[in-house]
Design a protein around this ligand. Structure first.
Ligand code: B12
Length: 221
């Protein structure tokens, strides 16, 4: 069985339960760790491509795809081996940048960071630049993680960069950026003023740790 094709077919039928059953069966055979890279990400990318070019998916079907991916990724997060991290590594802020409503990747990011011991404050979708910085200061966070899935919205991250710099917090507040558009646009991290990125939630904990250390070093702490 071609799992990706079977998943696309279930999504077309808006069959969330059927899609989940297929994925759980695949996970039992191949392990949940491979699901993200080998099944979910390529299938969502393919659905996104077809949606934008051939218009053969409706928004409702794409929503179903996101729900199914969210269900599966939640299972992956629950089963991921916990690191030997201390109970709390500190507070971090995450959110989708202004005008971006692609919540799935961000929620995953939050789940994985929490698993690794970070105390995550998730501000949700469509977060104004100033709010990221206000909340980081209120929580004592050293890293802000901003998610954007589209080129247009990714460019709004530059406003978060400006807000950090305007308040004299460059170095003290580190700006992590991510979302699928960063994978296909080399140079975008630098263009929007990001301090670092990770291609998926599995790599985010290491990134946040590195940026946290950089913030401490910048303050001479
Ligand atoms: C599902 C989906 C939707 C759903 C979102 C549902 C939800 N609750 O999230 C809905 C239907 C709402 C939607 C709407 C739209 N979408 Co849409 N969508 C997608 C789709 C198919 C999958 C996205 C997804 O969930 N991926 C799975 C998650 C797990 O992956 P992820 O987000 O990349 O996150 C991972 C990593 O990137 C990383 N990560 C994410 N954030 C961060 C942050 C940090 C700090 C770090 C370190 C890492 C990190 O970790 C995550 C987990 O591993 C993509 C196609 C694609 N190529 O991805 C299009 C896509 C992103 N959408 C697109 C478009 C155009 C739109 C709309 C404008 C369509 C329209 N005309 O209305 C609207 C815009 C809404 C808005 N303003 O935000 C385009 C963007 C084109 C571009 N590059 O500019 C894409 C690429 C489709 C396409 N090929 O055209 N969409």
């Amino acid at each position: 069985m071609d799992i990706r094709q079977a998943l696309v077919d279930a999504v077309r039928r808006a069959d969330r339960a059927g899609a989940n059953a297929l994925l759980e069966e695949w996970e039992r055979e191949h392990g949940h760790a491979r699901l993200l890279g080998e099944v979910l990400e390529p299938t969502l990318r393919a659905i996104g491509e077809e949606w934008s070019t051939a218009d053969t998916f409706t928004v409702a079907q794409v929503y179903v795809a996101a729900k199914v991916a969210g269900d599966a990724l939640q299972r992956i997060a629950e089963r991921a081996p916990r690191s030997a991290a201390p109970a709390s590594r500190g507070a971090v802020i995450i959110g989708n940048v202004e005008e971006d409503f692609h919540s799935l990747g961000r929620r995953l990011l939050g789940t994985f960071l929490s698993t690794e011991g970070w105390s995550v404050r998730d501000l949700g979708n469509d977060v104004p630049a100033g709010t990221f910085v206000d909340e980081a200061l209120a929580a004592g966070a050293r890293v802000i993680g901003v998610s954007a899935m589209m080129l247009t919205t990714a460019r709004n991250i530059a406003r978060v960069r400006e807000e950090i710099d305007r308040r004299g917090l460059r170095g003290r507040l580190q700006l992590a950026v991510g979302g699928a558009v960063f994978l296909v646009r080399p140079g975008l991290v630098e263009e929007v003023g990001g301090d670092g990125t990770a291609s998926n939630a599995l790599g985010a904990a290491e990134l946040f740790e590195r940026l946290w250390a950089r913030s401490l070093a910048a303050e001479g702490a």
